[in-house]
Design a protein around this ligand. Sequence first.
Ligand code: PGA
Length: 253
Amino acid sequence: MKKKPLIVGNWKMNLTLREGIEFARSLSERISENSNIICGICPPFVFLNDICKILKDSNIYVVAQNIHNEKSGAFTGEISALMVKEVGCTHVLIGHSERRQLFGEKDSFINAKIKMALSIGLKPILCIGETLKEREDGKTEYVIENQLRSGLNGIESDCIKDISIAYEPVWAIGTGRTASPEQANEVHSFVRGILSDEYGVNVSNSVYIQYGGSVKPENAKELMVKSEIDGLLVGGASIKLGSFLDIICNCVN
Ligand code: PGA
């Protein structure tokens, strides 16, 4: 049976505080009655405190865009898992391709962050995805398997239920070029197979696997109807309330 769609909007480094607050208020008014969907937003760090307060009693998750892997210490400019949890985040994106590509994050660092998040009860969304060159060289499965296995290295089976996976082909992020529903479903099914090998079929089936990469109102539904696509991670189309709501609407209707 299909899971309730999980639609998460990644604002990245966009919007002003005032715009973010207005967005959160309107989103909560518009979807708080909707129990057919699970929804989350990823505001920039400095908006988290205000937005978590607004969404405290709503059914909308507030997701941090990143954390550091250490509890505390001399890491100028970094934010810990405990800090984002303390302000009210329930989830965190880990290993987004922009972090991997622009900030040099390696699989071992990503794995350490996942462990830190889990240790304090913050739920990670592990992002994985191949570049265009890797796809063209026929290395998609190799890259996905490596990122997935290294990201989850050493994590016990009973913690896997708290992790979601976001498959985001790098060539589809912010480019307007979406993976076809078939291409996305194929990789999701490959990911599901690895999870099943590693943790058993029941655990594997319970894991949310989201697709991300140029998701918009026009393609949300055709992606969501695919059997292995449990949700969407939306970047550009999530910073305008209208298009984010249209995506949500198209996924439930
Ligand atoms: P995009 O970004 O929807 O703008 O392609 C997706 C993401 O990076 O999570």
